[in-house]
Design a protein around this ligand. Structure first.
Ligand code: G3P
Length: 218
């Protein structure tokens, strides 16, 4: 399973990378706008601190614009994957990028049928939005489970990359369902670290050991 960080904040990326679990970084126009960086600046800055793919979304409404941007992103770093919205123009762009050999996948995905169109285009990934599916009154986790089951049974190479995951309950349900990939904000990754009982246990051991110093000092 791949675990990606969903942010353009370099300090937060650095601190998450130190945990040894970050396989790459996902961004979107909202994330880059919030960072105050330009697109190119964000991608190259992330590339300096992460060993793994950087996902950069295209903007605009026409397939031509999307294809042009996705090609340009390839010049900015060694491992950039274009995120293409799952619209009609987006699927057209995806088909053209596949023919051009440019890494790309579908984002803002809300249904199994959209995901299948992306997989039929040999997309590198599809990114269903778990939290926003719930916001819309659907069952985000169940939709993603069906997507993953469909891809596994059809033996599609496309990764199901769960996005808009907002809490550890959703994240652990996705791990259990055998999700190919997940992206999460730094706060959700932080919520994976530690446990109140872990803190309590550590405090108990520290107290028992008292002022005896480091175990490797005789
Ligand atoms: O990767 C998509 C994610 O950033 C969207 O999250 O919580 O705004 O639905 P959210």
């Amino acid at each position: 399973m791949k675990l990606y960080l969903d942010t353009a904040d370099i300090d937060q990326i650095r601190s998450a990378v130190a945990l040894g679990v970050v396989d790459g970084v996902t961004t979107n126009p909202s994330i880059i706008a919030a960072s105050g960086l330009g697109y190119r600046e964000a991608v190259t800055g992330i590339d300096d601190v992460v060993d793994g793919p950087i996902f950069a979304q295209v903007v605009g409404e026409s397939a031509d614009e999307m294809v042009e941007q996705a090609h340009r992103y390839q010049d900015w770093a060694d491992d950039v994957v274009a995120k293409i919205p799952a619209s009609r123009a987006g699927f057209e762009a995806l088909a053209r990028l596949r023919d051009d050999g440019v890494p790309a996948g579908s984002t803002v995905v809300f249904s199994v049928e959209q995901a299948v169109l992306a997989a039929k285009n040999d997309a590198d990934f599809v990114a269903p939005y778990v939290g926003r599916l719930d916001d819309a009154g659907a069952d985000g986790l169940e939709t993603v489970r069906r997507m993953q089951r469909t891809f596994d049974r059809q033996e599609f190479d496309t990764d199901v990359l769960a996005a808009s995951v907002r809490n550890t309950t959703q994240a652990t349900a996705l791990y259990e369902a055998g999700i190919d990939a997940i992206t999460m904000g730094p706060d959700l990754l932080d919520a994976h670290v530690g446990h109140p009982k872990t803190d309590e246990g550590i405090a108990g051991f520290d107290e028992a050991w008292g002022d005896r110093g480091s175990p490797i000092e005789e």
